[in-house]
Design a protein around this ligand. Structure first.
Ligand SMILES: Nc1ncnc2c1ncn2[C@@H]1O[C@H](COP(=O)(O)OP(=O)(O)OP(=O)(O)O)[C@@H](O)[C@H]1O
Length: 216
């Protein structure tokens, strides 16, 4: 279970999250929706260990998190992957798509063969893999980001508005790919979106879609 409890985050003395929590069981897709600015992305970053909350607890499969960012143990850091809304802000523009996908494998000293397999599964042809971000579409770049997120076989995936601004067929392909990964590995998925219909379909029913904050 990926779990956050009583999370408080303060920006410039403004309390953006105040006692927030969510639980993502393994093998399940949980949806999270809420108005713009309510702190969904902030919660996503806390869960992905990219941002330390002012207070609160995060636990990954029962292991409590005490340190965030580069100070968090690698085993915990790599067990949660975050896919961002805007792929162009999430990649190094100097790298080719092939290099972007292989980045986590190189950084952790693992063989990069898995990157090519994932690229193929994401429908990225070899000519696309040789291009840099400015030479591909948003949808193609987001496919590369999804492949990159899966390289280290995370136990939890957080998709933060992953398909916003993409066409319907790219959206369906990315969601299907994430769901196939979940089915094959038993990973837990947190899907964040403004689109209730998308989340209801993705989570296979409205009961797993949380509206946050609960009073909204
Ligand atoms: N690093 C930061 N410093 C200061 N304020 C921030 C920072 N990051 C986010 N905020 C503010 O915190 C609030 C919550 O932002 P966040 O991106 O978490 O919301 P969100 O629910 O994901 O919004 P959206 O649905 O529009 O993406 C917003 O008012 C935002 O301006």
């Amino acid at each position: 279970m990926l779990e956050a409890r009583d999370i408080t985050v303060i920006y410039d003395r403004r309390r953006v999250l105040d006692g927030a929590g969510i639980a993502v069981p393994p093998g399940t897709t949980v949806g999270l929706m809420g108005p713009s600015g309510c702190g969904k992305s902030t919660l996503a970053r806390v869960l992905a260990l990219l941002q330390r909350p002012a207070s609160g607890r995060v636990a990954i499969d029962g292991t409590p998190v005490h340190r965030w960012r580069h100070r968090a143990p690698r085993e915990l850091r790599t067990s949660v992957a975050l896919i961002f809304q805007q792929p162009r802000l999430a990649v190094d523009p100097r790298l080719t798509l092939a290099e972007i996908i292989a980045e986590p494998l190189r950084a952790t000293g693992r063989p990069i063969g898995r990157a090519a397999e994932l690229a193929e599964e994401m429908g990225l042809t070899p000519d696309l893999l040789d291009r840099r971000p400015h030479e591909v579409s948003d949808g193609q770049l987001q496919r590369a980001c999804v492949a990159r997120a899966l390289t280290l076989r995370p136990r939890y995936l957080i998709c933060d508005e992953m398909t916003t601004m993409l066409d319907v067929s790219t959206q369906a392909h990315l969601v299907a790919r994430i769901e196939a990964y979940r089915g094959a590995t038993g990973a837990g998925v947190l899907a964040i979106s403004h689109d209730r219909e998308l989340l209801t379909r993705w989570c296979q029913g409205p009961e797993r879609v949380h509206t946050w904050p609960p009073s909204a």
